[in-house]
Design a protein around this ligand. Structure first.
Ligand SMILES: O=C(O)C(=O)C[C@H](O)[C@H](O)COP(=O)(O)O
Length: 213
C-alpha cells in the first residue's frame, strides 16, 4: 500500500462522514469548521464551487485546531495544485478525467477521484488509485451498484457521496467496500447563511452513532 493510500484510509476511517461544505462568505469558514470539529467531525471537504473555497481551505488549515481540510470539486490539475498550496490535505473530484487521474499520481496529497462506472474505476486502478468517491451515489445505483462492483473490483474502497443523509448512511457503511460516506447534510445552506453554528455542531454529533464501537 502506498503512503498516500494509507493516509486516505486513516482519513476515511476518522469519518465515517466527510461533510461536503460549500462556503459563500470566506468569513464563515473558521466558525463553520470549528462547529464541525466541536461535534467530532474533523475531516472536512470544502468545495471549490465558490470563489471563497480556496481561501476557506487556507483559513481552516491555518486557524482551526484539529481540523483536516480537503478540497472538493477539484476538476483539473491547476485546481489540485492550488488546493495543495492552500493547505488541503486531501482532494476529491466528482469525476475522473484522464488528465486528472494522471495528475493525481504526482500530487503530494492523496486524491479520491469520483467514479460512477466500472470503466472509470478501472482507469483509476490502472494508476494505483484504489480509494475512490462513488458519485452521484444514490442516482448512480446506490448500494446495489456498490455490491455489484465489489465482485469484480474487490480491492476498491469507496466513499459514496450524493443523496446520502443520516438515515441512508448506515446501509452504505455496512458494505465491505465502503469506508466512509460524504454528504452536505451536516452543513445546510440555510444554517451556514444564518451562522447557526450550534445547530451544525448538533448535526455533526449525530454522526457519532455511525462510528464503529
Ligand atoms: O462538489 C463536488 O465535488 C461533488 O462531487 C458533489 C458533492 O459531493 C455532492 O453534491 C454532495 O452531495 P449531497 O450530499 O447530495 O449534497
Amino acid at each position: 500500500m502506498t503512503d498516500k493510500t494509507a493516509r486516505l484510509d486513516a482519513l476515511m476511517r476518522r469519518g465515517p462522514v466527510i461533510p461536503v461544505v460549500t462556503i459563500e462568505r470566506v468569513e464563515d469558514a473558521v466558525p463553520l469548521a470549528r462547529a464541525l470539529v466541536a461535534g467530532g467531525v474533523a475531516v472536512i471537504e470544502v468545495t471549490l464551487r465558490t470563489p471563497a473555497g480556496l481561501e476557506a481551505i487556507r483559513r481552516i488549515a491555518g486557524e482551526v485546531e484539529g481540523a483536516v481540510p480537503g478540497a472538493g470539486t477539484v476538476l483539473d490539475e491547476r485546481q489540485a495544485e492550488a488546493s495543495v498550496a492552500a493547505g488541503a490535505q486531501f482532494l476529491v473530484s466528482p469525476g475522473s478525467t484522464v488528465a486528472l487521474l494522471d495528475a493525481a499520481v504526482g500530487l503530494p496529497v492523496p486524491m479520491l477521484p469520483g467514479i460512477a462506472t466500472a470503466s472509470e474505476a478501472m482507469a483509476a486502478m490502472e494508476r494505483g488509485l484504489r480509494r475512490l468517491k462513488f458519485f452521484p451515489a444514490e442516482a448512480a445505483g446506490g448500494i446495489a451498484m456498490l455490491k455489484s462492483l465489489h465482485g469484480p473490483l474487490g480491492e476498491l474502497v469507496f466513499c459514496p457521496t450524493g443523496g446520502i443523509d443520516l438515515a441512508k448512511a448506515p446501509g452504505y457503511l455496512a458494505l465491505p467496500n465502503v469506508a466512509c460516506v460524504g454528504g452536505s447534510w451536516l452543513t445546510p445552506a440555510k444554517a451556514v447563511a444564518e451562522g447557526a453554528w450550534d445547530g451544525i455542531t448538533e448535526l455533526a454529533r449525530g454522526t457519532a452513532a455511525l462510528r464503529p464501537a
